[in-house]
Design a protein around this ligand. Structure first.
Ligand code: PMP
Length: 360
């Protein structure tokens, strides 16, 4: 009888055999500034309200498969600016929506295109969906090389393009006019990934009606709700209807749906937290600029990409001092000696700066 190991070696797709599972760095006991989470927890009163609401959820039943009540709550949240003409789809995090969109458009031979460096799950999902993948490098300062993207679109004719606005891990916001040129030239669907929308305060949603081949994707993760896994995307109902066919029927569990309803009633509080993080991000960039041998890049997100002299050594020293950030050295040639610093509370940011460059 063959062992499970032998069978797996024989049967699992070779490209999946070749990769490792997504690694999440252990953070116990460390100040966690590696994953762009919101450092602020819900206020006591909201937690109590949430506790009561969650106690009432009928978890013996399957969740509402359509997520209709959550969709209405998202539409009713004015700051999200979701137009009544657009349909909505909900995902178990926007990670799942990336997978759903890729699966839906993965005709044999179809290509996905993205800029690099960008969010790693785009390329990962091209592989999972068996799409061809074309990466177009950003310029050395991480600005968008629009002509190179347009040339690649002409060459590759991608069925699907992902553009993060602002981009992760670089933090910058590509010019809206350039994104519109790319969307206008693309023969396929362009997903504008606005995961960092609360910190950018601009949105492609404002011009979505002019672009039938684009949809906007967002997440509640960076708004203080990373733990509930709720992403959403909106656009022309013709797109959303197709994506709904590849969405697992009960992808949004009842506790997530109930939590979203309660917390969205307190959208003002979330927006205030985001405003605070924007101010603290700008202060963090100022402090980094004043440091010798440290080069922060502009950010419209809740993190700051920063080049240092020796990222491996700095990362290790910061971890030794109790601060976990993300070391991007080795991820992409353009990211050499780069660290990604999430914005935390003022105390956490001070500890991070101290660990980054201890006073002599
Ligand atoms: N898009 C971008 C650009 C991201 O940076 C992230 C998370 N880091 C995601 C999507 C996925 O977010 P989530 O699955 O938590 O919604």
């Amino acid at each position: 009888m063959k062992t499970a190991q032998q069978l797996a070696a024989e049967l699992v797709r070779p490209e999946i055999r070749a990769i490792n599972a997504y690694h999440v760095a252990p953070a116990t006991g460390l100040i966690k500034l590696d994953a762009m989470e919101n450092p602020y927890r819900l206020p006591e009163a909201v937690r109590a309200e949430l506790g009561r609401a969650l106690a009432d959820v009928a978890i013996n039943r399957y969740p509402d498969a359509s997520g209709a009540v959550v969709k209405t709550a998202l539409r009713d949240t004015a700051t999200l600016g979701i137009d009544a003409r657009h349909a909505l789809i909900l995902g178990n995090g926007s990670d799942e929506l990336i997978q759903i969109v890729a699966t839906t458009l993965a005709k044999p031979g179809a290509t996905m295109l993205a800029v690099e460096p960008s969010f790693v799950m785009y390329k990962a999902n091209a592989m999972l969906a068996q799409m061809r993948y074309a990466g177009v490098p950003l310029r050395a300062d991480f600005t968008l090389d629009t002509d190179a993207v347009l040339a690649a679109i002409g060459r590759e004719k991608p069925a699907l393009v992902f553009l993060a606005y602002p981009n992760n891990p670089t933090g910058n916001l590509f010019p809206l006019a350039d994104i519109e040129r790319i969307v206008a030239a693309a023969p396929g669907l362009v997903v504008i990934d606005e995961a960092y929308h609360p910190f950018a305060q601009v949105s492609f949603a404002d011009v979505l009606d002019a672009h039938p081949n684009a949809i906007v994707m967002r997440t509640l993760s960076k708004l203080g709700l990373a733990g509930i896994r709720l992403g959403y995307a909106f656009g022309d109902p013709a797109w959303i209807a197709e994506f709904d066919k590849t969405r697992p029927p009960y992808n949004l569990n009842s506790l997530t749906q109930a939590t979203a309803l309660i917390v969205l009633r307190h959208a003002d509080m979330l927006n205030e937290q985001a405003a605070r993080l924007r101010r603290d991000r700008d202060a963090l960039i100022e402090s980094l600029r004043a440091m010798e041998g440290v080069e922060p890049f502009p950010s419209a997100a809740n993190f700051v990409l920063t080049r240092v002299a020796d990222a491996n050594a700095t990362f290790a020293r910061m971890k030794g001092a109790g601060v976990l950030v993300k070391n991007l050295h080795g991820w992409h040639p353009l990211l050499s000696n780069c660290l990604r610093l999430s914005v935390g509370t003022p105390d956490e940011n001070a500890a991070m700066l101290q660990a980054l460059q201890p006073a002599a």
